[in-house]
Design a protein. Sequence first.
Length: 134
Amino acid sequence: MLLMLQKDMQEIISCLKKLAIVATANNLEFAQKLQEKRQEQAQINFELAESIKTALADAHIVISQTSTDEGTLYAAISNEQITKAVETFSGFKLEEDQINIENQVKEIGLHTVKVVLGPETSFDITLEIVPDTK
């Protein structure tokens, strides 16, 4: 049993050695530049998310859907429908997983959904679901 554990530890150490690099001046400089580049990209992403948030703040997105005479939709509104409506309205292409719907939208009327663009950027948009007149 002890021999087996020693062999496992040797394999783990061998794998770790393959992952590590020597901390030479060049490698440290490379790591610093890489970190700076990541921070710059994170700042650019944050600024883009904030500009989208500003552009879509208080947005009123209209989606037409078939419904019963009582206003119940035949099918719930999907994240795909919302992203397409936002793109049509604003030109911004969101990913479906950036839309957070607490309760399924199954009725005609006004509904609020949350858009999450990043860990620090989220906001609400208003959906107006109207009966399809086709």
